[in-house]
Write a protein that binds this ligand. Structure first.
Ligand code: 5GP
Length: 210
């Protein structure tokens, strides 16, 4: 599978202002099928006024129920390559045959306002974010096992066998890189994984003892 690397120098020039900004960038990564989307949805439901999800651009076709501008911005390959050329993306990568990337402008705007933004992205993108924005909190979600990951990918019935096999291949590489992240969370039981993320992102204030 081709794994194209963006030119980090052009990205760091464009995104350099982010380092000074008052907001927080949170990167959530983990293999396809691990349950990132479900965890993110639950966190956003609970903290809709404190946490914002970045809407990515992709060249993948919409799945049933996915809405342009809400789940993704669905781009043609030409549009996506134009966005790369014009340095409109904070990071981008090719994953399982499609481009995925984070539009830079909304991130800059929200970070400048002091907001907290969540990026749900794959490994290569997370590595690029770490380079241009080292202050970002990077979290990796692990499956309890590779067998369980395969079971989840197959049971959600969203992708062809070929796409699932590509995602599983990539999952092995991603899981091996979990140690690069600030925090790892195993998504065995959804409620337990969600508790870990909650206490990481929204720690309860300490009760002062006199
Ligand atoms: P899916 O096709 O299942 O929606 O996403 C496939 C993979 O692409 C997931 O691991 C997801 O986290 C990742 N992804 C989604 N948006 C982005 C993005 O903007 N940048 C990068 N690098 N990966 C993304």
């Amino acid at each position: 599978m081709a794994q194209t690397q963006p030119n980090p120098s052009s990205i760091s020039e464009e995104a350099s202002g982010l380092e000074e900004a008052p907001g927080q960038l949170i990167v959530l990564t983990g293999p396809s099928g691990v349950g990132k989307g479900t965890l993110v949805k639950a966190l956003l439901r609970e903290h809709s006024d404190e946490l914002f999800l970045s809407v990515s651009a992709t060249t993948r076709s919409p799945r049933s129920g996915e809405v342009d501008g809400q789940h993704y911005y669905f781009f043609s390959r030409e549009q996506f390559e134009g966005a790369i050329e014009n340095n409109e993306l904070l990071e981008w990568a090719e994953f399982a045959g499609n481009y995925y990337g984070t539009p830079l402008r909304p991130i800059e705007e929200r970070i400048a306002k002091g907001e907290r933004i969540l990026l749900e992205i794959e490994l290569e993108g997370a590595r690029q974010v770490a380079k241009v924005f080292p202050e970002a909190l990077r979290i990796f979600v692990l499956p309890p096992s590779m067998d369980e990951l395969e079971r989840r990918l197959r049971s959600r019935g969203q992708d062809s066998d070929e796409a699932i096999n590509r995602r599983l291949e990539r999952a092995k590489v991603e899981v091996d890189a979990a140690g690069e992240f600030d925090v790892t969370v195993v998504n065995n039981e959804l409620t337990v994984a969600l508790d870990s993320l909650r206490s990481l992102l929204f720690p309860s204030p300490q009760v002062a003892h006199s």
